[in-house]
Design a protein around this ligand. Structure first.
Ligand SMILES: N[C@@H](CCC(=O)N[C@@H](CS)C(=O)NCC(=O)O)C(=O)O
Length: 209
């Protein structure tokens, strides 16, 4: 099995796919692509991926991109290892909801707190009013989902915990203000061995970009 990722190891979507493979206990090779050099546009990659994005998983003769589709595929094709999605329909739906939400909303946070902030220690100016409003929305939703207090979003751990923690870490790692319960949750996810393996990948010493 082969996973194509960005060569800076800062793609939040590559993180999801990578952690999914590790949690499943699967053997895989990592193939880093230099997006700045448009390696994802190279005809050989484009022909296989079709979407010209990372991550892409190659399993035998099957090529798949879109990180949440990769996670779902791995969970269904390989029932062993850690379960990536909850068994119950509502819990599974919640996990998918959170994955879809962090990929489609909260743009001001993504713009003002790019993942270089999380993985390379980049610093940015204070949040704009639009980004603060997005942070408030994220905080309200995460607090409601983790109310209890619950250790995970959906009962047991699921891959959606890593996706939610990734979004929260954009603020936590930068030192932006968040309720302690969310800081603890995001940091707990970050201590997971599968996430630690991703964090240990070689990165350029960029402080900003
Ligand atoms: N929804 C996709 C997003 C993938 C994505 O945006 N990947 C970025 C890297 S973080 C990429 O390949 N960018 C290059 C491009 O789109 O040209 C997923 O979840 O996998």
């Amino acid at each position: 099995m082969r996973l194509y990722v960005d060569s800076n190891y800062v793609s939040p979507y590559a993180l999801t796919a990578y952690v999914s493979l590790v949690e499943k206990g699967l053997a895989f090779e990592v193939e880093p692509l230099d997006l700045a050099q448009h390696a994802h546009e190279d005809p050989r990659y484009a022909r296989t991926s079709l979407t010209r994005r990372v991550p892409m998983l190659i399993h035998e003769d099957f090529a798949l991109s879109e990180s949440s589709a990769i996670a779902e595929y791995l969970d269904e094709a390989f029932p062993g290892g850690t379960r990536l999605y909850p068994g119950g329909p509502r819990e599974r739906a919640r996990a998918r909801q959170v994955q879809a939400w962090v990929r489609s909303d909260l743009m001001p946070i993504r713009e003002e707190r790019p993942t270089f902030v999380v993985f390379c220690g980049a610093k940015r100016p204070p949040l704009s009013p639009a980004a603060q409003a997005a942070a408030d929305k994220l905080t309200g939703a995460a607090l409601a989902w983790l109310d209890g207090p619950r250790e995970h979003l959906c009962g047991d751990w699921s891959i959606a915990d890593v996706d939610l923690a990734m979004m929260l870490q954009r603020l936590v790692a930068h030192g932006d203000s968040l309720p302690a319960v969310l800081v603890d949750y995001a940091n707990r996810q970050w201590r997971r061995p599968s996430v630690q393996r991703w964090l240990a990948q070689p990165r350029p010493a960029v402080v900003d970009y």
